[in-house]
Design a protein around this ligand. Structure first.
Ligand SMILES: [Cu+2]
Length: 376
């Protein structure tokens, strides 16, 4: 029999290790810390509540509608005869205009306050471009040409024009132009691609949302692969104070800040190329030059039923990506897409962020003489 079995087992609490003592001390200190922090959090909450009360007193009641939640949506609201109106509406030409000859390309734009139709039977009070509405005219030049831009402000408040294709001091060239005045500046289009232009007067969100944007295409010096058709699409979104049916809607800044558009469009009018499709013949190469004007939302460009043969992502014209399906075009950016479609059919082009399709950023490319209708 061993000595071990002779003594009955006695329970002894394990001796406290040095690390166990440290843990207790830390727990104690943490407890004190939590209590102290809790006290300060309570004080800060009380301060914040007081500050909030002060703000609500200081904010004029007239601004309440801009921040009230929930925001009222007029998405998709059209009059009963919308189909008829859509057919009667002349779609904006998406065809890329030719490049003017010469070393200097003179561009003249006049800004005007005008109500334009942005969806069938839906009107909106824009600050836009005389003779064009929103977007403004497509400017097409070749790399190395000088663009001489004259802006005439026929609107009621100051405006300006910011060309993303220019490398130039913005405080000089993109300065505000007072109502009734004209201003000329020039720049050399030194980088090829498709670029946005827009009014840069504060608040820029309001000026872009009200229609002050467009595209400039700078063709590379070295010719791109041949394209049979070239189309320009300017994507943008609209934020409305009303449905715009009885009388034109204005900008709802609350919705613009919350990024809750009522309509999203290609070339300023919802679904216009669904009713009046762009066209191509089977086997032709079609090139889309795409700018996302925003003011805030990107466009995820995709053509249903095909794959891009070449995608110059971000408008970097040096090396296209091949065999890609969807390319994000960032707000304030552009990209260029080539596709060759052999089979006749209706090929929808969309922002594949599909809420945008529901709100109007969709069109059809009609290849040949198809029998069926588009599915998107
Ligand atoms: Cu402006």
């Amino acid at each position: 029999m061993s000595a071990h079995s002779a003594s009955p087992p006695v329970y002894r609490p394990p001796a406290e290790s040095p690390s166990g003592a440290l843990a207790k001390l830390v727990a104690l200190l943490l407890g004190i810390l939590v209590a102290v922090l809790g006290f300060f959090a309570l004080m800060m909450w009380a301060d914040a509540r007081d500050a909030r009360d002060d703000v609500s007193v200081a904010t004029p009641a007239t601004h309440d509608h801009e921040t009230a939640l929930p925001l009222s949506s007029f998405a998709g609201q059209v009059p009963a005869n919308a189909t008829e109106l859509a057919e009667a509406h002349a779609a904006r030409s998406a065809t890329l205009p030719p490049i003017p000859a010469g070393d200097v390309v003179k561009v003249q734009m006049t800004l005007e306050d005008m109500a334009v139709e942005i969806a069938p039977g839906v009107r909106y009070n824009t600050w836009a471009f005389d003779g064009h509405g929103a977007p403004g005219p497509v400017v097409h030049v070749r790399e190395g040409q000088r663009v001489q831009m004259t802006l005439t402000n026929g609107g009621a408040i100051p405006h300006s024009i910011d060309f993303h294709a220019a490398s130039i001091a913005p405080d000089v060239a993109f300065r505000d132009v007072a109502p009734g005045e004209s201003f000329t500046f020039s720049f050399v289009a030194g980088d090829p691609g498709i670029f946005m232009y827009h009014c840069g007067t504060k608040p820029v969100l309001a000026h872009i949302a009200n229609g002050m944007y467009g595209a400039i295409v700078v063709e590379p010096k070295e010719a791109l692969p041949k394209a049979d058709r070239e189309y320009v699409l300017v994507a943008s979104e609209w934020y409305l104070t009303s449905d715009g049916i009885e009388s034109p809607a204005n900008l709802d800044m609350g919705k613009a800040r919350a990024m809750q558009p009522d309509w999203t469009t290609f070339n300023g009018y919802a679904n216009q190329y669904v009713t009046h499709p762009l066209t191509a013949d089977p086997g032709e190469t079609v090139r889309f030059w795409v700018v996302a004007a925003g003011p805030t939302l990107d466009t995820n460009f995709h053509v249903v039923g095909t794959i891009f043969d070449r995608a110059w992502v971000n408008g970097d014209m040096t090396s296209p990506q091949r065999g890609v399906q969807t390319v994000p075009v960032p707000a304030g950016g552009g990209a260029v897409f080539d596709m060759k479609i052999d089979e006749p059919g209706m090929y929808p082009f969309v922002s594949h962020a599909f809420a945008h399709v529901d709100l109007g950023q969709v069109g059809l490319l009609k290849v040949g003489t198809p029998k069926g209708k588009g599915t998107h």
